[in-house]
Design a protein around this ligand. Sequence first.
Ligand SMILES: Cc1ncc(COP(=O)(O)OP(=O)(O)O)c(N)n1
Ligand code: TZP
Ligand code: MG
Length: 222
Amino acid sequence: MTDRGLTGLPSLPDTPFLPTEKNLGLYPVVDTLEWLERLLNAGVTTIQLRIKDKQESDVEAIIRQAIELGKRFNARLFINDYWRLAVKHGAYGIHLGQEDLLTSDLKAIHQAGLRLGVSTHDDQELARAVAIRPSYIALGHIFPTQTKDMPSAPQGLQELKRHVASIPDYPTVAIGGISIDKVDAVLDCGVGSIAVVSAITQAPDWQQATAQLLSMIEHRER
Ligand SMILES: Cc1ncc(COP(=O)(O)OP(=O)(O)O)c(N)n1
Ligand SMILES: Cc1ncsc1CCOP(=O)(O)O
Ligand SMILES: [Mg+2]
């Protein structure tokens, strides 16, 4: 029998994905080895390499080096999208969106012992994510963002709070348009982690922005 009825996905692992920290803290999402190294040196412990729309052969060397770097810093490095390369090179974890789930081998990822983060935008996607029993669930986008074209409207803080409350056993990550001035309000919704791109990479002073974000988010961690 398949799970297509509930999840639309052909085949799910029999047990949950490996756990990760309940509160993943500050979670920068970056697209180069240079950013990874800078941010790991600045004290970031959860991070994602998100390279878009390249051939696997063009990104394999970068992904391999990123995974080595993550291990050297004992960091939780999630690879976005390129799940085959993440499995091949033994990443800490993988991040997949709803569309990615349709073309990924979740059993292979699970069997290889990688953690899995899944994106969600609404109640239906949240139900599908829960059926997969991933390591964390991302909720977004929370506010308008310039970084990624989003077909749906931002979910806002009220929906974020409701979604977080509905999955108390999962580590949660909020993403999308989260600038430093919005961090406290997002944390008030109960999320364990805040993922950011532009709040760091477009900041006038990325070191100052990273230090401030780390201190605001760690200060609130339980
Ligand atoms: C932490 C986190 N949350 C959401 C996303 C978005 O993933 P996805 O919907 O697959 O879109 P792309 O990032 O692949 O364009 C993410 N990467 N990280
Ligand atoms: C990758 C991604 N997924 C949902 S929103 C987003 C981009 C977040 O970037 P920013 O923090 O600059 O809004
Ligand atoms: Mg994706």
